[in-house]
Ligand binder design. Structure first.
Ligand SMILES: [Fe+2]
Length: 259
């Protein structure tokens, strides 16, 4: 499996504090079958308190340890890039990192509100040749209120990454229901852990999320979300995803708010 969203580097963001915990997370990921894991520290924390050189050196250190201990997993580098007006320039400057040096970039929309520059920034990234991969849309208020906005972004070529804990209720019932609706509309392309800790609900474990996805979209489609699609992204290859579907009559966006 390929995990495209992980806060795993020590003392860089709100992930682990120590290298010991980082390595415990890497081992936990490897033990469940993750072959490649993209470290995605928050851009803001790297820019303000660290550097790209430092996080790259941490990744190198982890990979050397994995080789030394004959653990069959590789860590590669990206970032979780919060969406602000500076993002396109920061990409050009090399301070906002894409996913493993490809033209795919993990973008985190504001959790609350819908700033009027959101669309402009995403389109600008596309003009720069990047494909935005939208981090956990199921947890983003703008999409919860207006799922058609997410469908619009997908239908012009953006991809989505749902967090594996969402379909199993780690972020509450509302997010769980909304996640199911996103699966229903073919608006989920990648499942990733968004891990922050070695154990507990924010661990690198993907299994329960994959099982939940398989019940909703079938085993093959669920498998593509943790193997084929993230692998293609990390290799910089083209990803084929079908168009979004209209919501089915059994599911309704109203359910999110009519709790
Ligand atoms: Fe994250």
């Amino acid at each position: 499996m390929y995990d495209l969203h992980a806060h795993i580097l020590p003392s860089v963001d709100d992930g682990p504090k120590t290298m010991e915990d980082t390595l415990a997370m890497a081992v936990a990921a490897a033990e469940q079958g993750t072959k490649m894991l993209l470290a995605t520290p928050h851009r803001k924390d790297v820019t303000e308190q660290s550097s790209v050189a430092h996080i790259q050196s941490l990744v190198d250190e982890v990979n050397a340890w994995l080789v030394e201990h004959e653990i069959d997993m590789t860590m590669v580098l990206g970032m979780e890039n919060h969406l602000d007006l500076d993002l396109p320039d920061e990409v050009s400057a090399g301070r906002a990192l894409p996913m493993n040096g490809t033209n795919y970039i993990l973008v985190e929309m504001p959790f609350f509100g819908r700033p009027n520059y959101v669309e402009e920034v995403l389109f600008q990234l596309q003009l720069q040749g990047m494909t935005p991969v939208l981090a956990h849309p199921e947890r983003i208020e703008a999409f919860q209120r207006d799922p058609d906005l997410l469908a619009k972004f997908v239908n012009i070529g953006m991809l989505t990454q749902v967090t594996a804990g969402s379909p199993v209720g780690h972020f509450g019932k509302s997010v769980e229901r909304f996640t199911r609706d996103l699966f229903d509309r073919n608006l989920v392309h990648i499942l990733a852990s968004d891990t922050h800790n070695p154990a507990g609900p924010r661990s690198p474990v993907l299994g329960p999320g994959i099982e939940a996805a398989a019940r909703l979209v079938g085993a093959d489609a669920a498998n593509r979300m943790v193997v084929d699609t993230p692998k293609a992204i990390l290799e910089g290859k083209t990803v084929e995803v079908g168009p979004s579907r209209p919501r089915s009559s059994s599911g309704g966006w109203w359910r999110f708010w009519a709790r």
